[in-house]
Design a protein around this ligand. Structure first.
Ligand code: MG
Length: 267
């Protein structure tokens, strides 16, 4: 039986996990066949998006003009998201998932990205403004409309998906622009392709710290989060070498989410 539904019914583990969300995240690699966490719920913080123009040493990934820095995932096909009002938007009319990734690959980086779920609320929980920023193609920083929209806390906006909830909920109402500022440290592999160091990520959501050099315990959407020298990143069809630099990937989850002002500084 999945342990978290048991938690929701008040199993004895509840007090322990409620007091120690990081312990819960750390335990994910060992205990679960259902990786969702429901408590504690991150406190709300009233904050507003930070709009920072790219500094002089940034790689501009999207300035509203074109999608030249992007392509469809694991493909040579050009990115096909909709360009409108200096933003790019998941093209829901396409039907099939069209997640996109950068043509360039990156190791450690600082990333600024702004995003906005569609203001027309058309679902609840994970079905409301769902997208995602896959760091190194593998590790999802969740994008979701988390304004008055409860879901499992390691699946809300700012979560390292199915791993670590955000420290607080700094979400804005749907339709407003929001910002993530991200510092990502890529995993390191040794000459024998063994893992030397996991990935770490620091995230500010609308200027508020929500992930503080959080250890990423492995790739999203594996049975349990794990690292591998050869892996199959999100929306890839085949294994690839995951020991070096990797693209940045934006998720098409079939819901209308827009992005703008995306720039990155290699570290
Ligand atoms: Mg997502």
């Amino acid at each position: 039986m999945p342990y978290l539904p048991a938690l929701r019914r008040g199993a004895p583990f509840l007090a322990f996990f409620a007091a120690c969300s990081l312990c819960a995240a750390a335990a994910l690699g060992q205990v679960t066949d259902n990786q969702q966490i429901f408590e504690p719920v991150p406190a709300r913080v009233n904050a507003r998006a930070v709009t920072t123009p790219p500094p002089s040493d940034a790689v501009v990934l999207f300035d509203g003009g074109n999608l030249d820095a992007w392509r469809e995932v694991n493909s040579d096909a050009p990115a096909s998201w909709l360009l409108l009002n200096n933003s790019m938007t998941v093209d829901r009319a396409r039907g099939a998932s069209t997640s996109i990734e950068t043509k360039r690959r990156f190791g450690d980086f600082q990333l600024h990205i702004e995003w906005s779920p569609n203001p027309l609320i058309d679902g609840d929980g994970q079905a409301r403004g769902n997208s995602g920023i896959f760091l190194h193609s593998q590790f999802e920083l969740q994008v979701l409309d988390s304004w008055d929209n409860p879901t499992y806390v390691n699946g809300q906006a700012g979560a390292i998906y199915l791993q670590t909830p955000p420290l607080v909920n700094a979400s804005r109402p749907p339709g407003e622009w929001q910002s993530y500022d991200i510092v990502f440290e890529a995993p390191r592999f040794g000459p024998d392709e063994s893992l030397l160091s996991p990935a770490y990520v620091t995230v500010l959501h609308n200027g508020v710290l929500i992930q503080k050099r959080t250890e990423i315990v492995g790739a999203t959407y594996t049975d349990l989060p794990s690292y591998a020298s050869r892996c199959t990143p999100y929306a890839y069809a085949e294994e690839v070498d995951c020991t070096g630099a990797m693209p940045l990937l934006l998720q098409d989850h079939g819901q209308v989410v827009s992005y703008r002002n995306i720039w990155l500084r290699e570290l």
